[in-house]
Design a protein around this ligand. Structure first.
Ligand SMILES: Cc1cc2nc3c(=O)[nH]c(=O)nc-3n(C[C@H](O)[C@H](O)[C@H](O)COP(=O)(O)OP(=O)(O)OC[C@H]3O[C@@H](n4cnc5c(N)ncnc54)[C@H](O)[C@@H]3O)c2cc1C
Length: 495
């Protein structure tokens, strides 16, 4: 067994009752295998720290900061490991290197409590647990429509909630972040206390500290109507038109959730899926959902129905948590377009053209049948962007008047490491071509959503960047979270 590092010896002395897991132990392997993408699970940190209290995290950060500033240590922070961006949430053992590395896994930091109209969510929780607790009280929260996702990553990078037009981004509904700063101090960041940090954390990722608790607004929540259903590719243009009509209508409903998705499992197997919901306990689709349902007279009863909020989110969960056996390696990338029919149709055409080329030359691309590409069209409605602003603003850099927009998200899954290079190149090719076409037509928008960013993308708006750097300099003056902690983006990268 390798000798313990100086940091690990210091940490164990200061935190004798805490959990440090070494490679080969059952808990280490379980935690390191819980990443959504095998790319991140293939990193092997020399040890994993698994705190259960904010005090442990405070002691950990206070001790580790000195090592980081001496250039001796880097540490990653992981909530639930669902983000597929390589290396944003795990570190690797580089045994021939002088730098020690470890990963702080927050998944044992549990707790969901309702208090004073808020739900206080510990940083290791998943949405499924939050929904379960709230549902018993007839309450809801601005969480996503898939409940196996981690709360932390979305509440720090934006996040699309179920009923986005009412609530803005998920991060807009965090009224207080409890955060451990680089000094080890534990503070609360809200509209009335450290408001600059509060706004920065709404989109600023892990650049300012380790967030230990997210306090979010709750609201009354009854049953919803809707579901997820598949339809043939030939119907897709009509569905894109319906989406654009809905987004550009003078007064669209604020209570719907509509996402279009096209899934490519091979040239003979391309399926489209709609995610369509309304926040209303009805038994039949109301008129505003009809354009998304009317072509599908023979919809299976179970696909679209009246159900609970928690059950709807559970049904949407695509796969078991952790790398899936059939296609464990993943890559995401996204861009934002104006809600224009031709531009969105072009985006789906480019997606199909590039993948048709890949399928025509499977050997060149190392393509096989286990490979899946999904393109989602996720609305960023006018009401959503206004709701963001009215809840105190965030650091995502989208103006309240920018809508209606559509976030175009690409997610690829494949089975083998030998496919990494060609599949990654394919992801980039699709997105670069979509963006180039949108630039030509004047429908490209600079926003990159952090929850699904690619390592070549910088999901921070130039307009927000200076303010975020200032906040980072104020709360972490030596740059512990800049130099010592990998993430989806860093603010001092270019200094
Ligand atoms: C199949 C699939 C479906 C998805 N569906 C949706 C969806 O419907 N809506 C949506 O908005 N997103 C969706 N996502 C995106 C996903 O939810 C985000 O990537 C999110 O960031 C994951 O959250 P997490 O807590 O697991 O993050 P992690 O992977 O644990 O961490 C992500 C980043 O946040 C940092 N971080 C995590 N916790 C903390 C903390 N407590 N303090 C400081 N920094 C922290 C990490 O260091 C890391 O850089 C989906 C992703 C996949 C793969």
């Amino acid at each position: 067994m390798a000798p313990e590092s100086g940091l690990l010896i210091d940490l164990k002395a200061a935190l004798p009752n805490s959990q440090f897991h070494l490679p080969g132990s059952r808990e280490y392997e379980r935690l390191n295998n819980s990443y959504r993408s095998a790319t991140n699970a293939s990193f092997r940190p020399p040890y994993i720290f698994s705190p259960t209290t904010k005090e442990e995290i405070s002691t950990f950060v206070r001790i580790t900061s000195d090592y980081v500033l001496n250039g001796a240590v880097t540490f990653a922070v992981v909530g639930n490991g669902q983000q597929v961006f390589p290396g944003c949430n795990n570190t690797d053992d580089v045994s021939n290197c002088e730098i020690d590395a470890l990963t702080v896994n927050l998944s044992a930091l549990k707790g969901v409590e309702i208090q004073d109209g808020l739900v206080r969510i510990a940083a290791g929780e998943r949405w499924s647990r939050v929904y379960e607790v709230l549902e018993k009280e007839g309450l809801g929260v601005a969480g996503p429509n898939g409940s196996d996702a981690g709360v932390a990553g979305q509440a720090l990078h934006g996040g699309i909630p179920f009923f986005y037009s009412r609530h803005g981004f998920i991060c807009d509904n965090v009224v207080n972040y409890e955060v451990v700063l680089a000094s080890g101090e534990i503070i609360n960041a809200s509209a009335s206390s450290h408001a600059d940090l509060w706004r920065a954390l709404r989109g600023g990722g892990n650049n300012f500290g380790i967030v230990t608790r997210f306090d979010m607004q709750t609201y009354q929540q009854g049953e919803v109507f809707g579901g997820v259903f598949s339809y043939p590719l030939a119907e897709l243009p009509g569905q894109i038109q319906a989406l654009v009509d809905d987004l550009t209508a003078p007064n669209p409903s604020k209570d719907t959730h509509i996402t279009l998705e096209i899934n490519h499992h091979g040239q003979e197997d391309i399926q489209c899926r709609n995610h369509v919901y309304i926040n209303d306990a009805v038994d039949r689709p109301p008129w505003m959902l009809e354009p998304f349902l009317r072509a599908f007279a023979r919809l299976p009863q179970f696909a679209v129905r009246r159900t609970t909020f928690a059950e709807a989110a559970r049904t949407r969960n695509p796969l078991p948590v952790g790398p899936s056996a059939w296609a464990p390696r993943k890559k995401s990338m996204n861009t934002t377009l104006k809600a224009n029919f031709e531009t969105l149709r072009d985006a789906t055409d480019i997606f199909q053209e590039v993948l048709a080329e890949v399928c025509r030359n499977p050997v060149n691309y190392n393509y096989n049948r286990g490979t899946t590409f999904s393109l989602s069209l996720v609305p960023l409605t006018r009401a959503m962007l206004k709701a963001s602003a009215s809840q105190g603003g965030n650091s995502l850099g989208l103006s309240p008047d920018a809508g209606p927009l559509v976030s175009v998200c690409l997610l690829a899954h494949w089975p083998y490491p030998s496919q990494d290079a060609p599949m990654n190149a394919t992801v980039e090719r699709i997105l670069v071509r979509i963006r180039a076409r949108a630039l030509e037509s004047g429908h490209a928008v600079g926003f990159v959503h952090g929850v699904a960013a690619h390592e070549t993308q910088r999901p921070v708006a130039p307009e927000s960047e200076e303010a975020l750097r200032e906040v980072s300099g104020k709360y972490d003056p030596d740059g512990v979270f800049q130099y010592g902690v990998p993430g989806v983006f860093k603010l001092w990268d270019d200094e």
